[in-house]
Design a protein around this ligand. Structure first.
Ligand code: SD4
Length: 346
C-alpha cells in the first residue's frame, strides 16, 4: 500500500509524524474547511494517517450499501495485513520478544467481541468478530483466544518478528528500559521523553481504532493493536476493552482511543466520551473533557504521555482531542478523504 497525501510516496504513520510539523498549516486549513461540511453518511473515521488506507478498504463496503460492522472489519484487516507495520503481527513485541495482539469490535446493537494477548494469528479483529458472532462471551485471552481462533480456521502464523520489530527490539534490549510514554511529537532524542521514541525517532506504539456509520445510519467500531511496545508479557491495554478503547451507542455515537491504554482504562475513556455526547457535547468537546479527566488526575505524569480520543455523533459530526500534540485522524465520506490534526491540551 502506498497512500500518498503529501506527494511523498509510501507515507506511513511514522514518517507522517515527522512531516506533520511541516504540513500543519495545510492540515489546519483542511480541518477548518472540513468542519464547515454538512455531516454525511456513510462515513468512516480512523485513528492516525495510516487510517487513510484503512478507510479506503472500509469505504469499499460502505459505498455498496454494506453494513458498518463489515466495513470496520474490512478496514482493520487492511492494516493487520501489512508487514513491518506496528499493528498486527508486524508490530513490536513485548519485553520477552513476543508479539501479542489485542482487538475488539462492537456493532449498533451493542453486540461486541474482543481478544487479548493473542499470539501468531494474523487477523485479531476477525477473531474478535467470531467471538461476538458465535459465542455468548465478549473477551477471550491468551491461549484460550488462540485455541478459539485455530478451531475456527484461522491459520497459525510463523513465530517471527518483522524486520522493523527485530531491529527495534534489539535496540530496546540494549537498555531494556520500559516507560509507557508514547507518541509525543518533537521531543529531542535523549531528552526527558526519549523512551517515547526508537533510535530512528519513530514513536513506540501503534493502534488502529476506527468506526463507521453506514447508509442505514448504523454505527459500528473496531480496534486492533500489537499494544504498547515492550510491555510486560500478559499486559492487556485499552484496545481489547469495550468502553476503554472503543465504545458504540447507536443512539448517540462512537468513540475510540489511542495512546497509553492504562490511562484510558482508568477513566473508561470511550464510554465516557460517548456519555458526554449523550449529554449534548459535540464530539470534540466530549473528547476534550475525557482528556481533561486524564490530565486532572496527574498533570505531571500527563506531560509525559499521550492519549488521543476520536469521536463521532449520530449526525456524523466528528472531532478529536489529545493530551499532546501529534495525534491525527483520517476521515472518508462522500465529502472528503483527509487526514486531520487533533487539538491537544498540553
Ligand atoms: C495500548 N492503546 O496498548 C494501546 C497503544 C496504542 O498506538 O494506542 N498505540 O495501550
Amino acid at each position: 500500500m502506498a497512500y500518498n497525501l503529501t506527494g511523498i510516496p509510501n507515507m506511513n504513520r511514522r514518517n507522517f509524524l515527522h512531516l506533520s510539523a511541516l504540513t500543519a498549516p495545510a492540515l489546519a486549513t483542511q480541518n477548518s474547511f472540513a468542519s464547515k461540511l454538512a455531516p454525511t453518511k456513510p462515513i468512516v473515521l480512523s485513528t492516525w494517517d495510516s487510517g487513510m488506507a484503512v478507510n479506503a478498504e472500509a469505504w469499499k463496503v460502505l459505498v455498496k450499501g454494506g453494513r458498518s460492522i463489515d466495513a470496520v472489519e474490512a478496514g482493520a484487516r487492511q492494516i493487520e495485513d501489512m508487514q513491518n507495520c506496528c499493528v498486527g503481527l508486524g508490530g513490536y513485541p513485548d519485553r520477552d520478544g513476543i508479539v501479542t495482539l489485542d482487538a475488539c469490535i462492537m456493532d449498533h446493537n451493542a453486540n461486541c467481541g474482543a481478544v487479548a494477548g493473542l499470539e501468531r494469528i494474523k487477523h485479531p479483529i476477525s477473531v474478535a468478530r467470531k467471538v461476538m458472532d458465535t459465542t455468548p462471551h465478549v473477551l477471550l485471552v491468551g491461549n484460550g483466544a488462540q485455541q478459539f481462533a485455530l478451531q475456527n480456521g484461522f491459520p497459525k502464523e510463523p513465530d517471527q518478528l518483522s524486520d522493523d520489530a527485530k531491529k527495534a527490539y534489539a535496540d530496546w534490549l540494549k537498555t531494556s528500559e520500559y516507560k509507557p510514554q508514547i507518541n509525543i511529537e518533537n521531543q529531542p532524542k535523549g531528552g526527558p521523553f526519549a523512551p517515547a521514541f526508537f533510535p530512528d525517532g519513530s514513536p513506540n506504539h501503534d493502534t488502529m481504532g476506527l468506526f463507521a456509520m453506514d447508509a442505514a445510519g448504523n454505527i459500528s467500531g473496531g480496534v486492533t493493536t500489537s499494544g504498547m511496545a515492550f510491555k510486560l508479557h500478559g499486559r492487556v491495554g485499552d484496545s481489547a476493552v469495550i468502553g476503554a478503547g472503543l465504545f458504540v451507542d447507536n443512539a448517540v455515537g462512537a468513540a475510540t482511543s489511542s495512546g497509553v491504554g492504562e490511562e484510558v482504562i482508568r477513566i473508561c475513556g470511550t464510554h465516557l466520551v460517548v456519555e458526554f455526547m449523550r449529554q449534548g457535547l459535540s464530539p470534540e468537546m466530549a473528547c476534550k473533557k475525557a482528556v481533561e479527566r486524564i490530565v486532572k488526575r496527574d498533570r505531571v505524569k500527563a506531560k509525559t504521555l499521550q492519549v488521543g480520543f476520536l469521536a463521532m455523533n449520530k449526525k456524523g459530526e466528528y472531532g478529536a482531542y489529545a493530551v499532546q500534540k501529534g495525534f491525527v485522524f483520517s476521515v472518508k465520506s462522500a465529502n472528503e478523504n483527509k487526514i486531520h490534526p487533533s487539538k491537544f491540551l498540553l
